[in-house]
Write a protein that binds this ligand. Structure first.
Ligand code: PMP
Length: 309
């Protein structure tokens, strides 16, 4: 990594990066009971550092923990402050912004599925460039519908960002990358488009109608998805949150992914079918430009989404 925080916030204290270690008997390591967030801080146009939608991310972390019946020994405000404190200490180091990773997990103590051990909480930060590459952001990426299915809503707790659930995403991602694609698109158990391994998905059809799978499908309630819905609707465009078939992606004019890590990534190909003109279309470009202006503090109407460090 180009830059990483010199310190880690662990259980209420700032420690050195190298000391951020846990025991191999950590319960979450064995069974996956952890909840986490991915948050970005951007260098704004005036040179300051600002965290994008910090409260919403920390609130989702608490929701994820609540779903898992994990008690977090902190308040939302305390964890927001932990993120800010970490960045404040090394503001100048993160010239290109920072990616923040709060994680809460069941620590060591008892083993077995019935164990209830104290929850540990950590926040780390590092410099993470474009998740699907700079070229991906500019020119679009190639995606493949996965042979792995997004889990059923009564298997996967879809409102939670839960560590163990990511094995499903990793299987899909690796399969796609090994087959020469950049990203995997997962279908739900009925065969409808859900989301990518770590991003939500939007399409623009030939009539110019913008669509994204609804929250009743097994998708994460993405904060970038929500941001994009607001950006599009505020611009006078409507977006249908409706069931999407995989062939609707093939014949779409535009497809793009949204996510904190992936930001707004155009999709130029799905299952070897060129999407639209095979390059980022006008709606995708509008969303991308507005999104980047927003996170960099250049859109006054969305300034309340930024927390300056
Ligand atoms: N879906 C999944 C499975 C994800 O892991 C993510 C990344 N958190 C997203 C969607 C996008 O969510 P967000 O926009 O909140 O980062």
């Amino acid at each position: 990594n180009a830059a990483r925080s010199e310190q880690i916030w662990l259980d209420g204290k700032l420690i050195k990066w190298d000391e951020g270690q846990v025991h191999v008997m950590t319960h979450a390591l064995h069974y996956g009971l952890g909840v986490f967030e991915g948050i970005r801080a951007y260098r704004t146009h005036d040179g300051r550092l600002a965290v994008f939608r910090l409260r919403e991310h920390i609130e989702r972390l608490f929701d994820s923990a609540h779903i898992c019946m994990m008690k977090l020994p902190y308040t939302v405000e305390q964890l927001m402050e932990a993120c800010l404190e970490l960045l404040r200490k090394q503001k100048d180091q993160f010239a290109n912004g920072a990616y923040l990773r709060p994680i809460a997990f069941m620590g060591d103590g008892a083993m077995g599925l019935g164990a209830i051990n104290p929850t540990r909480v950590a926040v780390t930060a590092w410099d993470w460039g474009a998740y699907l590459g700079d070229k991906g952001i500019r020119e679009g990426i190639r995606a493949k519908v996965s042979s792995f299915t997004r889990m059923h809503v009564n298997v996967n707790m879809v409102r939670g960002k839960i560590s163990g659930q990511y094995v499903n995403s990793i299987l899909a991602k690796r399969e796609a990358v090994l087959a020469g694609y950049d990203e995997a698109i997962l279908l739900d158990i009925s065969g409808f488009v859900a989301e990518a391994s770590g991003e939500n998905i939007f399409l623009v059809n030939k009539k110019g109608i913008i669509k994204t799978p609804p929250l009743s499908s097994p998708i994460l309630d993405g904060i970038t998805r929500d941001t994009v819905l607001k950006i599009l609707r505020d611009s006078g465009r409507s977006v249908d949150e409706v069931t999407v078939t995989r062939d609707a992606l093939y014949i779409a004019n535009e497809v793009f992914f949204t996510g904190t890590a992936a930001e707004i990534t155009p999709v130029r190909e799905v299952d070897n079918r060129t999407v639209g003109a095979g390059k980022p279309g006008p709606i995708t470009q509008y969303v991308q430009e507005t999104y980047f202006r927003t996170v960099r503090g250049q859109e006054p109407r969305y300034i309340e989404w930024l927390t300056y460090v």
